[in-house]
Design a protein around this ligand. Sequence first.
Ligand SMILES: NC(=O)c1ccc[n+]([C@@H]2O[C@H](COP(=O)([O-])OP(=O)(O)OC[C@H]3O[C@@H](n4cnc5c(N)ncnc54)[C@H](O)[C@@H]3O)[C@@H](O)[C@H]2O)c1
Length: 394
Amino acid sequence: MPATPVAPLGLAIAGLGLAGSVMARAAIAHPGVELITAAEPDHDTRNAFARDRNVPTYASLVELCDDQRIDIVYIATPHQFHARHAELIAESGKHIILEKPMALTLAECDAIISAVERHNVHLIVGHTHGFDPAARTMARIVASGEMGALGMIAAWNYTNFLYRPRRPEELDTAQGGGILFNQVPHQIDMVRLIGGGRLRSVRAQATVLDPLRPTEGSAVAFLEFESGAAASLTYSGYDYFDSDELHFWISERGASKPPNQHGAARRALAGYDQAAEAGLRIARYAYGADPGPAPTHQPHFGLLVATCAKGEMRASADGLFIYDSNGKREMPLPKSFAGRSEVLDDMVAAIRTGKRPRQDARWGKANVEVMLALLQSARERREILLQHQVALEP
Ligand SMILES: NC(=O)c1ccc[n+]([C@@H]2O[C@H](COP(=O)([O-])OP(=O)(O)OC[C@H]3O[C@@H](n4cnc5c(N)ncnc54)[C@H](O)[C@@H]3O)[C@@H](O)[C@H]2O)c1
């Protein structure tokens, strides 16, 4: 007898800004979900979505909670709202994909964990670049032991992050601004995934080099795993060097990008005051804005190299380079939609099988612990020992 077709799961997006817009495109292309509605307070942005999709939408997340067609809510609101919004959605019995960082404090993470466990719903913290096919494949190869013991991981990224148009709170560390809350969590997720999850300690230094954008714009960190392996993270968002120069001029989401645009993001912001900059952010990134070229390569987050006893691996344009005693070869990997297809795959699988997803709420809390420890280490100029680390489930 032919198998009965399974209906796609209903997905709603909360927050139709930059992250929400990318997820909308990924969801439309994903066979396991149907994008049915969105909640967004900004009238024009909400209407652009309603017109495109020909669906009713909600001005608030509270109204969306009553919609019985929704199985999964992707929360892409600013991170100061993540804890409150995740608790609300969990209470309504819907599964959650929560953008990184999971929350701003460990207490908020605990409140989210308690809500999802009480209401028996799945939560995945993502998208992060830990969902990129290259990072996932490196993690699988390391866990299989086929390359021998893991020695170290290097994650380097140099971007224009600080000079993309920002909301005011994105430039205030106390409100979750700067690269430590916004960009380094990707590197933390990637290296924890590859190293098995349980870090022992971190030592970091972070710098505020532009007094007009007074939040951390660069950081370097040394992370030691309980296994004895280590990872180094380097991130600069100062728009001078661009490490995509070392990655075939392919953008973070996997699209071709024009080379040598150094300093262009800084120049484009000249003359904007804070209010005008926030408006520019909406015009450039909110749902309805030009999404730019479609990704034709794998997503990536700078240079990512893992060193094992029998070889080394590095993310390539379309998969993974493997360097071993036989030389260098490229392992092509199935195409991803900017890393979002994998988050959706994992959530659909968790709902269909009942098996807890790997990058769940406790995994997300462990990432937040590392993120906060980096900030503390940089401020106190000392190594910080970690206490809430969890291993990656097989
Ligand atoms: N994974 C990634 O690669 C990635 C990329 C960008 C942003 N993010 C994350 O996504 C989150 C949002 O960031 P962004 O860059 O999209 O910000 P943004 O400012 O572009 O968009 C946020 C949207 O949320 C809306 N919003 C605010 N309050 C809301 C509410 N109560 N209910 C519903 N919507 C509400 C805003 O009107 C706005 O449209 C952040 O946590 C950020 O870290 C992740």
